[in-house]
Design a protein around this ligand. Structure first.
Ligand code: CA
Length: 226
C-alpha cells in the first residue's frame, strides 16, 4: 500500500480526494499547511507527495525544493495556475508531474499510479543506450552527457528513454504521451509534452534552440538521433 502525503489547504478538495484515494487502497496523510507537512515528513517516509502551491503559510514550491534536496520522493503538483511559467518552475524544482485544478479524480489516480510505476524497475532491462554524446545506463537509471552526469526527473528520464529506444524513428505526440503517462491522452494536453521536451533539451542539448539530439518533426512529432 502506497503512503501518500496530501498537502492541500482547501478542505473540500482535501476531504474528497482523501476519501477517494482511501477507496483506491492508498494510505493518506493530510496536511493543511507547510508546517504540518514538514512535521509529517520528518516522522515517516512517503511514497508520493501531492502538493498544492498556494498554502496559508507559504508556497508549495518551497516544500518541493526541500523534499527534492532530501531525496527522490515523487512529487505531483496540484495547481490552479496553469500558465507554463509556474509549471516550468515546479519541474525545475524537481516535481515529477503536475495536474491543473480542477481535475478529475480518475485522472489524478492514473497519474499517481504512473508516477509510482516509473519509480519501479525500468522496462528497458539492463542496457547501455547511446544517442550522440548522451549515454543512458538503464540499470542505474543514470544519464551522462559526455562524461558529465545529468540529473533528470523520473518523467524526463522516461521521456528520454522512450525517444532513445526508438532512435531514428519519428514518434507522434500521442505515441509519446501514451508511453510516458500511461493514461488517456485527453488527460494530458499538448502543452505538457512541449514543456517536458523543452526541459529535456535544456538539460541535454548543446544548443537547446537548435536541438541535435531531440528533433522536432513538424506536424508529426519528435525524433531522437538520425
Ligand atoms: Ca491552496
Amino acid at each position: 500500500m502506497s503512503a501518500i502525503l496530501f498537502v492541500e489547504d482547501d478542505n473540500t478538495i482535501a476531504m474528497g480526494v482523501e476519501y477517494s484515494l482511501r477507496q483506491d487502497g492508498f494510505q493518506v496523510s493530510l496536511a493543511y499547511r507547510l508546517e504540518e507537512a514538514r512535521d509529517l515528513l520528518e516522522r515517516q517516509p512517503f511514497d508520493l507527495v501531492l502538493l498544492d502551491l498556494g498554502l496559508p503559510d507559504g508556497s508549495g514550491y518551497a516544500l518541493c525544493k526541500e523534499i527534492r534536496a532530501a531525496g527522490d520522493t515523487p512529487i505531483i503538483i496540484l495547481s490552479a495556475r496553469d500558465e507554463e511559467s509556474s509549471v516550468v518552475l515546479g519541474l525545475d524544482l524537481g516535481a515529477d508531474d503536475y495536474i491543473t485544478k480542477p481535475f478529475r479524480l480518475r485522472e489524478l489516480i492514473s497519474r499517481m499510479k504512473a508516477v509510482l510505476r516509473r519509480r519501479g524497475p525500468v522496462e528497458a532491462g539492463d542496457r547501455t543506450l547511446t544517442c550522440g554524446d548522451v549515454t543512458v545506463f538503464t540499470q542505474q537509471a543514470k544519464v551522462y552527457k559526455n562524461d558529465r552526469e545529468v540529473f533528470l526527473t523520473a518523467l524526463e528520464y522516461r521521456l528520454l528513454l522512450t525517444l532513445i529506444l526508438n532512435q531514428g524513428r519519428v514518434l507522434t505526440r500521442s505515441q509519446i504521451l501514451g508511453s510516458i503517462w500511461d493514461v488517456d491522452e485527453d488527460f494530458v494536453n499538448d502543452n505538457t509534452l512541449t514543456v517536458y521536451i523543452k526541459r529535456l533539451r535544456e538539460k541535454l542539448e548543446d544548443d537547446p534552440q537548435n536541438p541535435a539530439l531531440i528533433k522536432t518533426v513538424r506536424g508529426l512529432g519528435y525524433q531522437a538521433g538520425d
